[in-house]
Design a protein around this ligand. Structure first.
Ligand code: ZN
Length: 109
């Protein structure tokens, strides 16, 4: 079974690694253990990962909806525009957390 990456500090697992979930900004420093989370540079990795997953998932779901329910075009727009925004946000949060966790583990080997 797949396990979602933790959104907590990779070192102590006590405090959230994000200062702001809305902006997806990492904390500068963990308030619990002092790990400098802001120094992890995940660059564009989460964005590429998010594009890969969402652009793979949404067309498949859109085809399934079209074959089974055949909604009008405005129905597709009404359904998929918010779905793409929501999927992208969720995938970005977890992929950013995953990249920070990977970078933390690789930096301690
Ligand atoms: Zn910590």
């Amino acid at each position: 079974m797949l396990k979602l990456p933790s959104l907590k500090c990779p070192q102590c697992k006590n405090a959230n690694m994000f200062a702001s979930y809305f902006k997806l900004k990492l904390r500068d420093k963990c308030p619990s253990c002092g790990l400098e989370i802001g120094n992890f540079d995940v660059a564009d990795g989460p964005a590429y990962f998010g594009i890969f997953i969402v652009s793979f998932l949404v067309p498949i779901l859109a085809i399934i909806v079209e074959v089974n329910f055949s909604p009008a075009l405005w129905g597709h727009a009404l359904l998929w525009v918010p779905a793409i925004i929501l999927f992208s946000y969720i995938v970005l949060i977890y992929s950013k957390a995953m990249f920070v966790n990977i970078e933390y583990r690789l930096s301690n080997k």
